[in-house]
Design a protein around this ligand. Structure first.
Ligand SMILES: Cc1ncc(COP(=O)(O)O)c(C=O)c1O
Length: 218
């Protein structure tokens, strides 16, 4: 081994790590693979996508929630934006609970609208039937937040999800840090084959959105 190689290899991860109950926290982005071919074959090519600790957390959440898949995000807003962008495209409409926390509202009003998605807010105290009564042929997604930020309205999450499913509409629930810090995108897996990435609106100008809260309670 020449001198440069000896110096570069010093202090590499030991071959055998002590077995602990939880996975060790690994810090690092470069993942060592057996050969160049493995870079295109292995699931894991870059550590920023998550290593054992993240994979184990996702598995545990999936087990607890009975979920088909779990995707971890570094913040609540990133999770909301990621989920919405995964399923919405120009020309779609999204119904959003009027109580959503401000970063979600800003994302809807400023970003989704710019990409040609129509945003309509509904009263967070509306029944499942009333919410679905607002849906049109363009409604692709219903966003719930329960309890509502600051005002604590409890929405009928199972009822809205059930009626939406019957109409082929996706539902997304931000279950809030007070309850559990994760959100649920129902039906996403069943729809996975049909999901289309968002594309900027090319044909018509973005619809105008009534941004002030419809049902102010504070
Ligand atoms: C309803 C709701 N969802 C998510 C979050 C977490 O958001 P973030 O991690 O972007 O601060 C919060 C934070 O207060 C919240 O109130």
């Amino acid at each position: 081994m020449d001198e440069e190689t000896r110096l570069i290899r010093a202090g590499r991860t030991p071959k055998t790590l002590a077995r602990t109950v939880g996975p060790p926290i690994q810090r690092g982005s470069t993942v060592l693979l057996p050969n160049a071919k493995a870079l295109y074959e292995e699931d894991l090519g870059y550590g920023r996508a998550g290593l054992a600790a993240q994979a184990t957390l996702a598995d545990a959440l999936a087990e607890l929630e009975g979920a088909l898949a779990v995707q971890l995000y570094p913040s609540g807003l990133a999770a909301m934006a990621g989920a919405m962008l995964a399923v919405l495209k120009a020309g779609d409409e999204v119904l959003v609970a009027d109580c959503v926390y401000k970063p979600t509202r800003n994302f809807c009003d400023r970003t989704l609208v710019r990409y040609g998605v129509a945003v309509r807010y509904y009263d967070p105290l509306a029944s499942a039937q009333e919410v679905l009564g607002l849906a049109t042929a363009a409604t692709r997604l219903i966003v719930m937040e329960s309890p509502g930020s600051l005002t604590f309205e409890m929405q009928d999450v199972p009822g809205i999800a059930r009626l939406a499913r019957e109409r082929g509409i996706l539902t997304l629930a931000d279950t809030h840090p007070y309850e559990a810090p994760w959100l649920t995108l129902t039906q996403a897996s069943a729809e996975a084959g049909r999901l289309q990435p968002c594309s900027p609106c090319q044909e018509k100008p973005p619809p105008t959105v009534a941004s002030p809260m419809m049902t102010p309670r504070l």
